[in-house]
Design a protein around this ligand. Structure first.
Ligand SMILES: [Zn+2]
Length: 278
């Protein structure tokens, strides 16, 4: 599943060419998670503004090509299996290619075999469908306004295990399964620890660890996601250097104790029973 780093790398890869381009055509293929919500033809002639990412969503604002006045925008999500590519020469779409935004700078194409992804029009990022979809998202992990104190305050109302509270994404976004496991390992926190018992010092460690892990994933993404079509290539590369993720029964790289796996909220958690404490 594409996680925050993959989405951010995708945004960075397509933004420089796409921004400022003019929409020439919009093609909607098989139904995605939600309908587009606007007449595709009405987007033709608009100019693409500055692409933003919020959580795992990419916001593609559209502007009047003449005046630059905001004309809503498209909120894109890659779902379980989606990827976006900006094609210079768009070939005829194949059966898993469900959306095209053709511009004078190339065609932004969504490939999504499982079709849990979405392209939704919204009048603004903070209105309509976009506002509804983004309402429950937690802080951005790299936002300077996110401090250990704020993290602790968010966790203080949760008695669920810290791993589950991280995955929920409503306190901080970006800690998908692999990154949540790795951040807790780095921070030496047992994934079963009730979220509301985490001290300020441990919240600080966790925040630093999460930023380090996501920063590293972004770095790897830049080098491995060469054509920006294989959103899974990156987590694959990241997994090669994972401390615990996917390493059940193998020795912890720090202490040699076999890594254990357990299931929390229907997801596999990997951890070192010795390095990670409650
Ligand atoms: Zn260990």
């Amino acid at each position: 599943m594409p996680e925050l780093p993959e989405v951010e790398v995708t945004r960075r890869s397509v933004a420089p060419r796409l921004e400022g381009s003019i929409v020439r055509a919009v093609r909607v293929g098989a139904a995605l998670r939600w309908p587009l919500g606007v007449e595709p033809q009405s987007l033709v002639g608009l100019r693409v503004g500055t692409l933003q990412r919020r959580g795992k969503y990419i916001w593609l604002p559209l502007l009047d090509a003449g005046t630059g006045a905001p004309q809503g925008g498209l909120l894109l999500h890659l779902g379980m299996s989606g990827s976006l590519a900006l094609l210079e020469q768009a070939h005829a779409p194949t059966k898993h290619e469900h959306f095209d935004l053709a511009t004078d700078a190339g065609t932004l194409r969504l490939t999504d075999p499982r079709r849990f992804g979405a392209v939704v029009w919204s009048p603004a990022l903070d209105a309509g469908m976009a506002a509804r979809l983004l309402a429950r998202l937690g802080c951005e992990p790299f936002d300077p306004a996110l401090t250990a104190a704020r993290l602790r305050e968010g966790f203080s109302r949760r008695s669920v295990p810290i791993k589950t509270a991280l995955l929920a994404g409503d306190i901080v976004v970006g800690a998908g399964n692999i990154y949540a496991c790795e951040a807790l390992y780095e921070a030496g926190i047992d994934p079963r620890t009730p979220a509301n018992t985490l001290s300020l010092a441990r919240c600080e460690k966790l925040l630093q660890a999460l930023r380090r892990i996501l920063g590293r994933a972004l770095e790897l993404g830049g080098s491995t996601l060469r054509d920006f079509r294989d959103a899974h290539g990156m987590s694959g590369a990241f997994q090669h250097e994972a401390g615990v993720y996917g390493r059940e029964g193998q020795d912890c790289r720090r202490c040699g104790t076999p890594v254990q796996r357990l299931v929390q909220a229907q997801r596999s958690t990997f951890f070192c029973p010795r390095c990670q404490r409650r």
